[in-house]
Design a protein around this ligand. Structure first.
Ligand SMILES: [Zn+2]
Length: 222
């Protein structure tokens, strides 16, 4: 039988990372863990690190490295490591990547996949996004509701979220760049990095990702 792969998926916001992470997890029958899932599960279990993470999230703040690291230490043990996983949105910083590497001792990561979509494209995807204030239905300037500014399903007002403005997205992308370049170097030095072209249909991108996993993952390895 062998085990499932241990994967990290990196990529800019708007690169389709969440979708691909779920497809990979389904394909290999392993758990898809986003940072939010990781913290929510820890909070639900009532661990002190989990509750601390929840306080930051409830306040709309990024969870600091020290807290993230404690959550990770609690979670990445024994059976979980043997089953395999797809991490999405974690590690976000170099200290988090180093900590993950330490915690995985003896059960190393199989591959970090960097889903590459150029800034201009993700910027257009996110800055073009519009959302219904009332029911949360999402639209895009390229795929607007039938009547401009009016939701097709509930008649509510369709607007741009404050944090979807080009300026706000640009700021987040810059932060991502600063934090992620060191992570990419880190995995590159470990020989664990594969860059994958993230442009195109979901299925095509997924095939490229699986192709990389198949080349690097041995289910019989420890
Ligand atoms: Zn609506």
């Amino acid at each position: 039988m062998g085990r499932g792969p241990r994967l990290v998926l990196l990529g800019r916001q708007g690169a389709g990372k969440g979708t691909q992470a779920q497809l990979l997890a389904d394909n290999y029958g392993v758990e898809h863990l986003s940072t939010g899932d990781l913290f929510r599960a820890a909070a639900a279990e009532g661990t002190s690190a989990g509750l601390e993470a929840k306080r930051f999230m409830d306040a709309g703040e990024l969870v600091p490295d020290a807290t993230v690291i404690r959550v990770v230490e609690d979670r990445f043990t024994g059976d979980f490591l043997n089953r395999g996983f797809v991490l999405d949105g974690f590690p976000r910083t170099l200290p988090q990547a180093e900590e993950l590497h330490r915690v995985l001792d003896g059960h190393p990561l199989d591959l970090a996949l960097d889903l590459e979509v150029p800034t201009e494209i993700v910027l257009r995807r996110i800055a073009g996004r519009r959302v219904c204030e009332k029911c949360g239905a999402t639209y895009h300037v390229d795929m607007p509701p039938a009547t401009e500014g009016v939701c097709d399903s509930c008649g509510g007002r369709v607007v741009q979220r404050d944090d979807d403005t080009e300026e706000a997205v640009q700021r987040r992308l810059e932060l991502y760049e600063q934090e992620t370049v060191p992570i990419i170097d880190f995995y590159c030095n470990l020989g664990k990095l594969s860059a994958v072209d993230g442009i195109g249909e979901t299925d095509d991108v997924f095939k490229r990702l699986v192709d990389q996993v198949e080349q690097h993952f041995d289910p019989q390895s420890p």
